[in-house]
Design a protein around this ligand. Sequence first.
Ligand SMILES: [Zn+2]
Length: 81
Amino acid sequence: MTPRPPRRRATWVIGEDGRGPGDYSAGSRYEATWRCELDHEYPMRVERRVQGGGCPYCASRLLLIGFNDLQAGTSTSRALE
Ligand SMILES: [Zn+2]
């Protein structure tokens, strides 16, 4: 079976410590900062990201005013359908 690619690609944002994806194992609990293709930045553990965890703003699990609040409507109203 081929692993399914994540729905949205995210890039690792190199932190102040200068560490990147090459410094951690796939099961690491290090909380890295990621940036999704819509430029949302969010912290997520490496292990969770590897398991397919996506951007919490795109998934409307976290509120981003003007993007997924109830007034902005787009992804939130889809999620409520
Ligand atoms: Zn996003």
